[in-house]
Design a protein. Structure first.
Length: 101
C-alpha cells in the first residue's frame, strides 16, 4: 500500500456538520472553497473548486467545535466517489489530516 494522498487548502464555506452513526462512530462533513494560481504549459492558470470533505472516527471527534465557517485550512487525504439517493455523483476528499493555516 502506498500513501497517495491529495493535499488541498481552502476556506470552510459553511458550518461543519457533526453526526454520530448508530454504531457510535463520529463523522464530520464540510465543504471548502479552494482558489490558487497554478502553472500549466508555462503559463499561470487560475484554479477554483468547491470540495466536499468527510472525516470519521478520532479525527472527526477532535474537530468538534474547532472548525468554523470562514476558517482557512489545509486538508490531506484520499478522494472517493459518493453517489446520493437521487443518483447524483460527486468526488469527496476523505480527510486523514486537517490543520488550520
Amino acid at each position: 500500500m502506498t500513501d497517495n494522498f491529495l493535499q488541498l487548502t481552502g476556506v470552510v464555506t459553511e458550518k461543519p456538520i457533526h453526526k454520530t452513526s448508530p454504531s457510535g462512530i463520529e463523522h464530520c462533513n464540510l465543504t471548502i472553497e479552494h482558489r490558487s494560481v497554478q502553472e500549466e504549459a508555462g503559463l499561470p492558470r487560475n484554479t477554483y473548486c468547491y470540495m466536499p470533505i468527510a472525516t470519521s472516527g478520532p479525527l472527526a471527534s477532535q474537530l468538534k467545535n474547532k472548525l468554523s465557517k470562514g476558517m482557512q485550512i489545509k486538508v490531506s487525504g484520499f478522494i472517493t466517489y459518493h453517489q446520493s439517493k437521487s443518483n447524483l455523483g460527486k468526488l469527496v476528499l476523505h480527510a486523514q489530516y486537517i490543520e488550520q493555516i
